[in-house]
Every structure is written in structure tokens, then in C-alpha cells.
Design a protein around this ligand. Structure first.
Ligand code: DOR
Ligand code: ZN
Length: 443
């Protein structure tokens, strides 16, 4: 007897949890129904000959500058950010709360959640921001639909969200039980060192100011509080050898994110080439730190890789250091730049899937995401690993109109993005309507 599916994907190399395999996937009602659709038929068939089929890649770290209403449409919106995501082969994003109106209460979460249907091209999870005021309510807020995690800024960066002292961070950690995500640079050292440097257009000062000790101190403080409270933590954008070494002893409780920028860009080169467009928090550091990040990837310490997509206007980037806005756009380039690293032999495709699909799903508890398996969402990133392309501005869609990777050639390009059986991107074209949904997380 033949079965009928909504979609069959065939002839590709499929990256299953156990490795590359030759299967024939059938999907029904947006989910993977079988890995063995041989002899069966479907409404739509995709011939993936010559292509790799990965579980839908997730960018667990984006700042779309959209609190439910676009606050800076000339920089980014939920609509443009998610369009960039699907063009870049990303099927889901987790959006940060540090908008002008921060996402810190139930009302703001609802407004943001309600804005997703009809505007988002990919699926979306939402961070709820921690503050000294809402610390006691975070246990309830983290259980709201669509919430991927509580986000704590324990070092200051774009926006006003800041919980810097141990007493307040401990209150946050004692409210609720899910894994808490941290921007962990140490605020006290940041403030103390800022006055050591004079204003200028030498943007490499950024890495001297926010030195590796700022990051290491901050991470050590968060880990100590995680141990004290027993609360699992996720340290975002870990960027120093010292942090990686330290975290190897705490991986039972504390998971680790690395950013694509910290794997591929280094000082002084990045500051010389890009100037203000290399300024981000934590900063781009020297080659030794980049090598340490790759060792942590190879050794299995790193759980997730994200873009920290944080676009700013050209005007905000035109300011002198230290007034220049910190943050780099990247959701659209994350996957191609990481595919290029696979081609360069820096990680295997299997490890990329672990870091960019299985890892985010595991760390944040995303339901139905992160692997090609029966019953999981039919989300796929289809990749041409041989395609060599230049990242140019005609392809980039962010209204901010710049990327630190613009002009670079990469090998490996997303051919198709499929979300819950819907082909939303094919050969650089975004198709149909924005079908992105609010994601579900295990509470
Ligand atoms: O460089 C950064 N930019 N780091 C952050 O932590 C925040 C982000 C932003 O929102 O601009
Ligand atoms: Zn960020």
C-alpha cells in the first residue's frame, strides 16, 4: 500500500541524529511522518540531489529591535529580520528583550507574541529580560508561551537592562527553574576601566577596555551564583581562553554559546578593516582567543553557535569610540559563514548541526525542533556545500544596509529553507507569506 504525504524530500544526504544517511522523508501536517517514504507519493516533491538536508538551523541570539511594533524600522524589524533569517537558511530565531521598550513583563510579552503571526517568516522564541524590579516575577514570566529563556545583562550594553550585583542576580536565579541566559561581562570592571581610555576613532580600544578579564570575571561570578543556587545557566558569547578553561569544570550546570564573529574575526585585523563595524560586546579579540574558541568547539564544550545579530544605523556607527553603538548584523550570514568553516575543515557538518540545531533545541528546551526524526517539525535547511558565493549587498535584506561579512566569499550556501513543510526560501527567493509561529518550550 502506498502512503500519501504533504511533502517528500528525496535524493539528498540527510543529516540524521546518527550521522549522514540516505533516506526519503515524508511529512504530514507540518511534521516528519516517516524517514522511509520509498514508493510513496506526495503533493509536493523536492529533489535534493547533490544537496545536504539538515534539520532546520536555529539562530538562538538575535536583536530585531522590535517590541511588537517596529521601533527602528530603518535598522530592523521582525519582518525584515526573519526574512534575512530564511534567506540565510535559518528556520527559527530567539529574539532578545533589549528593545527601547524592553520585554520585561507579561503585557510586553503578549504584545510581542501577538505581533509574530503574519509578520514573521520563520519561527520565533522570545527572551524575557530580567530587571531588579521584575526579579520576583521571572519564575512566572519564564512559563509564558513562546519564552525561550530569561535573559540577564549583568554587564551593560545596548539598552537599559542591567542586573549587575550579586544580590540581585541571586534573586533572579532563585525565581524560576529554567536555564537562564547571561551576558556576563563584569559591570564593575567595565566602569572602572572606561575612564582609562580617551575618546577617539581608534576602535581597537574597544577590546582593551572590555578586556578578557571583564569577561572572565563576569563568567566566574555567574557560575559561582549558579552553583550556590543550583540554577542552570547559559553563558552567551563566551570569548576568552580563560572562560573556556574554567567552564570545562562546570559544564554539568552551565552551558556555553560562542558567536560566529568570535570564531571568524580577530584583532587587530577586524578593527583595521571594519573600524566601527567591528565594535561589539563582548569585543572581537586576538587570534589566541579565536583559537581557544575553536578548541572549545572541537572539544565539545560549546553547546550553541549564534550570530548575536545586533544591527545599528550608520549614524550610530559613525560616532567616535566609546559613544559608537556596539553590535553587528549577522542573522543572514550565520549559516553561510559556518558552512564555509566546514569547507575549510574547522568543524564537521555533523558538529555544525549539533551546534546550530540540536544544541539550541537542547539548551532552551525547544519542542519539536533540532533534529530530523519522526514526530519532529518538518524544518529543514537544504545546503549546497560546494556553491561558492560572494556575500554582497544585493542579497542582504536588513534595512541597516551593512554586514561585517559583506564582500567575503564563502563556500556553502543555503539552497532552501523549509519550515513545518512549507518551502519559505528557494534559490534566494522568499516564497508565499510569512508563516512564522511562536515556538513552544518545555517549562
Ligand atoms: O554588541 C552587542 N550588541 N552586544 C550586546 O550585548 C547587545 C547588542 C545590541 O543589542 O546592540
Ligand atoms: Zn546579544
Amino acid at each position: 500500500m502506498t502512503d500519501r504525504y504533504d511533502l517528500i524530500i528525496e535524493n539528498g544526504i540527510f543529516m540524521l541524529p546518527g550521522g549522514a544517511a540516505d533516506v526519503r522523508i515524508g511529512t504530514r501536517h507540518g511534521r516528519i511522518a516517516t524517514l522511509d517514504a520509498r514508493g510513496d507519493d506526495a503533493e509536493q516533491k523536492i529533489d535534493a540531489a547533490g544537496l545536504y538536508v539538515l534539520p532546520g538551523l536555529i539562530d538562538p541570539h538575535v536583536h530585531f529591535r522590535d517590541s511588537g511594533n517596529a521601533e527602528l524600522p530603518e535598522v530592523e524589524t521582525l519582518e525584515t529580520g526573519t526574512r534575512g533569517a530564511v534567506l540565510g537558511g535559518i528556520t527559527a530565531v530567539f529574539d532578545m528583550p533589549n528593545t527601547s521598550i524592553p520585554t520585561t513583563d507579561s503585557h510586553r510579552l503578549r504584545v510581542k507574541r501577538d505581533s509574530i503571526c503574519g509578520r514573521a517568516w520563520c519561527d520565533v522564541g522570545l527572551y524575557v529580560g530580567a530587571s531588579k524590579e521584575n526579579a520576583g516575577r521571572l519564575g512566572t514570566l519564564e512559563g509564558e508561551p513562546g519564552v525561550c529563556a530569561v535573559k540577564v545583562f549583568s554587564g551593560s550594553t545596548t539598552g537599559d537592562l542591567l542586573v549587575e550585583d550579586d544580590v540581585s542576580i541571586e534573586r533572579v536565579m532563585r525565581s524560576g527553574r529554567r536555564r537562564v541566559a547571561f551576558h556576563a561581562e563584569d559591570e564593575y570592571r567595565l566602569q572602572a576601566r572606561r575612564r582609562l581610555f580617551t575618546s577617539s576613532r581608534d576602535f581597537s580600544k574597544h577590546a582593551l577596555w572590555r578586556d578578557s578579564e571583564c569577561a572572565a570575571l563576569g563568567t566566574r561570578r555567574i557560575v559561582a551564583l549558579a552553583r550556590k543556587t543550583g540554577r542552570p545557566a547559559h553563558i552567551l558569547h563566551v570569548s576568552t581562553a580563560e572562560e573556556f578553561l574554567f567552564l570545562t569544570n562546570h559544564h554539568d550546570l552551565v552551558s556555553v554559546e560562542v558567536l560566529v564573529n568570535h570564531l571568524t574575526q580577530f584583532a587587530p585585523d577586524a578593527y583595521e578593516r571594519l573600524g566601527a563595524y567591528a565594535v561589539m560586546n563582548p569585543p572581537i579579540r586576538d587570534r589566541n582567543q579565536v583559537d581557544a574558541a575553536w578548541r572549545a568547539v572541537a572539544g565539545g564544550l560549546v553547546d550553541t553557535v549564534g550570530s548575536d545579530h545586533a544591527p545599528h544605523s550608520h549614524a550610530a556607527k559613525a560616532k567616535d569610540w566609546p559613544d559608537v553603538a556596539a553590535g553587528l548584523s549577522g542573522v543572514q550570514t550565520l549559516a553561510p559563514v559556518m558552512f564555509d568553516q566546514v569547507q575549510k575543515g574547522r568543524l564537521s557538518l555533523g558538529r555544525l548541526v549539533d551546534l546550530m540545531a540540536a544544541g539550541p533545541a537542547r539548551v532552551y528546551g525547544a519542542v519539536g525542533k533540532g533534529r530530523i526524526a519522526v514526530g519532529y517539525d518538518a524544518d529543514f535547511t537544504v545546503v549546497d556545500l560546494k556553491k561558492n558565493r560572494r556575500i554582497d549587498d544585493t542579497w542582504l535584506v536588513s534595512p541597516c544596509r551593512w554586514s561585517p561579512f559583506e564582500g567575503e566569499r564563502v563556500t556553502g550556501w543555503p539552497a532552501m529553507t523549509i519550515i513545518r513543510s512549507n518551502v519559505v526560501m528557494r534559490e534566494d527567493e522568499v516564497l508565499a507569506t510569512p508563516i512564522g509561529q511562536v515556538m513552544t518550550f518545555r517549562s
